[in-house]
Design a protein around this ligand. Structure first.
Ligand code: GMT
Length: 385
């Protein structure tokens, strides 16, 4: 299996990496084709391989042709490693580059099926932009199998693009064992006076509505001793720090940047905040729930397919910080209800376990490969060459 993804901390890269790791554990050979090593990938694990895409700087180019380098690397890896299937995560430019690789390989009479998984902003923000839309539409339609991470994202795809392919919804998943920390979560270093711990994790882009997080926390800390953990790095961080200073709550807001301590920080959190204006799924909310942390969120996109209102947390209209603060206090000031929501959150996360979701991708790979076994590729070749 050749896997193409963004290797950074973003949700699509995390899902792609975890899926590859699970496939490798099941005995498949998994080859990651990316511009740097995916952050969660251990290349020393059995069945895992990493192929770096090199883009050579040439002074004539104002923009280096990454898609070309990626397509070439895909072709090269398919030929040298005997890859049977390509799974590309995030349409731009991966689905397009995969189509080019497929065409190049066809010239050599090699048919390689492409599975494209659409994750979010490749559709809802970037993909819709007229500069990319024709190429995104084309490459989705040319993929052999297309999946989306939520029903909401599928709806967005069908309403924004002319899509002739069936789109299968395969939700994201979480490795529950990762968040099952042995022993108690020691909070005292972060909250020495027994304060409640509220957390937020993101790459702090405008779409996450970071000012809302600070506003909600401001209202919470007026009524309840609390601290806010702001985890991650991004363009909105500096503004948020200033906002916290202006509101006089800077000492209670800890900006932790990128950290590898996510599991321990979630373990000590009482609530998780997610206020996005657009969110196709909200993997980070699922990770919080796997750590038994109730989620206070907006109702953007597919969040409601993960966080269940009144059960695993609460949802409110995008931007309604007043209601989100009230919901937070309802849980923080009612220990029995809070315990109930923690248990519900974990139970809900179990529905998105590895065992529940990964076999769906394996079945998709089998189906894509079956087109070759059944000789359908000859029809396909005739149509496309
Ligand atoms: O940053 C990324 O890797 C992708 C990112 C995005 O903005 O498209 O995240 C998306 O994919 C995640 C994994 O499927 C989802 O959990 C996120 O909800 C989704 N982000 C948005 O829709 C904003």
């Amino acid at each position: 299996i050749g896997v193409v993804c963004y290797p950074t901390f973003g949700g699509s890269g995390v899902v792609a990496t975890e899926l590859g790791i699970q496939m490798a554990k099941k005995g498949h050979e998994v080859h990651f084709i990316t511009y740097s090593q995916p952050v969660r990938l251990d290349i020393l694990e059995p069945n895992i391989y990493y192929h770096e895409v090199n883009v050579h700087d040439y002074p004539l180019f104002e923009y280096q042709p990454y898609e070309l380098a990626l397509s070439s690397k895909m072709v090269d890896t398919v030929l040298t490693e005997g890859i049977d299937i390509l799974h590309v995560h995030y349409a731009i430019p991966h689905a397009y580059a995969a189509y080019m690789a497929k065409k190049i390989l066809l010239e050599k009479r090699i048919y390689i099926p492409v599975v494209t998984t659409l994750h979010g902003t490749d559709i809802t923000l970037v993909g819709k932009n007229p500069s990319y839309k024709p190429a995104v539409t084309f490459s989705i339609n040319k993929s052999d199998i297309v999946t989306a991470v939520s029903k909401s994202l599928k709806k967005d795809i069908l309403s924004s693009f002319v899509i002739k392919k069936d789109i299968e919804v395969v939700p994201n998943f979480v490795d529950l064992d990762l968040y099952n920390i042995d022993g108690p979560c020691i909070k005292s270093q972060i909250a020495p006076n027994g304060e409640k711990v509220i957390s937020h994790i993101s790459n702090m882009r405008p779409v996450k509505r970071i000012p809302d997080i600070i506003e909600i926390f401001y209202r919470i800390q007026e009524k309840e001793d609390a601290i806010l953990l702001m985890i991650g790095e991004g363009p909105e961080r500096e503004k948020a720090e200033q906002q916290a200073k202006d509101l006089g709550i800077y000492s209670k807001v800890k900006f932790l940047g990128k950290t590898s301590e996510i599991r321990r920080l979630l373990c000590m959190s009482d609530l998780f905040l997610l206020t996005s204006s657009t969110e196709s799924f909200g993997l980070v909310a699922l990770e919080a729930m796997a750590a038994k942390v109730p989620v206070i969120s907006s109702n953007a996109g597919g969040i409601s397919e993960v966080n269940v209102h009144g059960e695993t947390g609460f949802l409110a209209t995008i931007g309604d910080v007043e209601t989100m603060a009230e919901h937070s206090l309802t849980l923080l000031q009612n220990p029995k209800l809070h315990e109930e929501f923690k248990a519900n959150a974990y139970r809900r996360a179990q529905e998105f376990s590895i065992d529940a979701v990964v076999p769906k991708y394996e079945a998709i790979y089998e189906r894509a490969l079956a087109t070759i076994r059944e000789g359908k590729e000859n029809d396909w070749t005739a149509q496309h060459l």
